[in-house]
Ligand binder design. Structure first.
Ligand code: FES
Length: 90
């Protein structure tokens, strides 16, 4: 059941993933923004898109690289912030 009563989204923000600007909302995770835009988290050895597995910070299937620090983080537990830039590889 979808919970729709007494819920509010944060203000709209945008983040940049692999050079493409995508929309998100304050308080949501990087993974939520990527899922909504159907962005792959990484590719397997055959070049096929991979997605989330646990969505709770334990499997590392959602690792992305923040720019410009090049710090690797788990997208499923990293809050999106306006102007954030990241890449899904490297
Ligand atoms: S999906 Fe498992 S750590 Fe993010």
């Amino acid at each position: 059941m979808r919970i729709e009563r007494d819920t509010r989204r944060g203000r709209p923000i945008s983040i940049r993933v692999d050079g493409v600007e995508i929309g998100s909302f304050e308080g949501e995770t990087v993974a939520a923004a990527m899922l909504e835009q159907d962005v792959a988290f990484r590719r397997d050895t055959r070049g096929r898109d991979r997605g989330l597995f646990c969505n709770m910070g334990t499997c590392s299937e959602c690792m992305v690289t923040l720019l410009p620090s090049r710090r690797r983080v788990r997208a499923c537990i990293t809050p999106a912030s306006d102007g954030m830039e990241l890449v899904t590889h490297g």
